[in-house]
Write a protein that binds this ligand. Sequence first.
Ligand code: J2J
Length: 539
Amino acid sequence: MEGFTPWPAEAAARYRELGYWRGETLGAMLARVARQFPGRTALICGKRHLSYHYLDERADRLAAGFARLGIAPQDRVIVQLPNIAEYFIACFALFRLGAIPVMALPAHRSAEIGFFAETTGATAYVIADRHGGFDYRTLARDVQARSPSLQHVIVVGDAAEFTGLDTLYVEPATLANVDASQVALMQLSGGSTGTPKLIPRTHDDYLYSVIESARICGFDAETVYLAALPVSHNFPLSSPGTLGTLCVGGTIVLARDPAPETAFPLITTHQVTVTALVPALALLWLQAAPQHAPLASLRMLQVGGARLSAEAARKVKPLLGCQLQQVFGMAEGLVNYTRNGDPDDLVIQTQGCPISPDDEVRVVDDNDADVPAGETGHLLTRGPYTIRGYYKAAEHNARAFTADGFYRTGDRVRLTPEGYIVVEGRSKDQINRGGEKIAAEEVENHLLAHPQVRNAALVAMPDDWLGEKSCAFIELAAPSETPALRLALQLKTHLQGRGLAAYKIPDRIEFVDALPLTALGKVSKETLRRQLAQPAHSV
Ligand code: J2J
């Protein structure tokens, strides 16, 4: 596929030889498990219980319907659905067809979806009619008007003028074989650049990470996994997440939202054994636990996506009654887990070790030279499920990867004597807002588009709950009579108007006469972060 960077032939041959890449597609995986466990429950979505046989058959019927509509192998299809059964039916239908779902988040709006459509040339867009008080059909109209490639909008629920997903279940058809070495899906990068980056993952590499994750985490047919985070995110999708549950014949319980009031009753009712959260939500659950009946069935809580404090990590077992597993992963590939049976110290103090014996991990200084053992440096990685390039981003790839194919994660880490990774910080220009990643430059570019803004810098500010929030420092083009509070509101409205996802709107806006500069004349974000730490600025 144009815009996809394959692994070098030698590495690919090795990963096949070692049995990592099995030549099985995600669609074939589901068919195999459905033959083995036809009657077991694959998915619980509200009152609906879907067996493996039913899910498999629905995926086949929808694949035929998608094909009849004109969606072809290799077509990109933006999928933006909440945690509902149709998410899986649609994705597996696309996998079987060899079409490529682009895993949008429910929070994305026209800026992000428009960009995905434009970059991928997507021919279709799958949405729910409404979710969380938002009408996705309005968004679809907006995006479709600007994206000539987008021929079909497919809606779960009331389709209005679009195509109802329900109308697309037809007799299963014979479809062309899908090659497992091809791109299966596109994940989204948290990114640090002006535009989001798309991450092409092949069937071979993704399924390897999913199957190994399921094995490492002890998933089996008795596993009941609560999908509390948005399922399109790489963590709940693949680490081992929902796909890891499906590959062993377990049961997925879909939560519409991750709040304790929603999730706790689901855990009790469906005897959930494992779930995954970002630290901000884990804190919320820890706070709610004492007021709630014990979650007796829950054996393991996975926490990842952002740094979990040791203090919070220590509370998981006493307050939630289950084992903690730390997960440090990235949609680009590399995923690390603390292991079952690891001493408490490792589970509380570290972010685990890689999935694969062939995950190559290097910790380097600013010149790409390895730092002495145990010291902190930049994490570089390459391996059987870490991409060699973002989609259609040649220029950026030259910076984001080393010449020999290591991905520059942008994370600053150190390795313990056991080879476990401790995340100490990051060098990428990104804000990690409770696990939701914000590329500073992307928001700054939108701010710069406002006529009154001369310069803008977005930096992280510490937050007790989310870990980090975002603060925008603004240098105005000319002195303004408008009170700062009103100007700040105008800028937020401006960003909303540009169709930016709500989590990217700055939590705080500060106006400055001039942004501080480094010796090289770049904005010194270091200085801005220090200013935020001073009491005078902590209003
Ligand atoms: C500190 N920072 C972390 C952790 C991710 C599993 C789990 C998470 C993701 C994910 C994922 C962290 N402690 N435990 O895809 O499969 C930060 C790092 C990392 C970035 C990746 C998975 N776990 N991070 O969070 O692509 O900065 O993936 O590089 O969204 O999140 O973000 P993302």
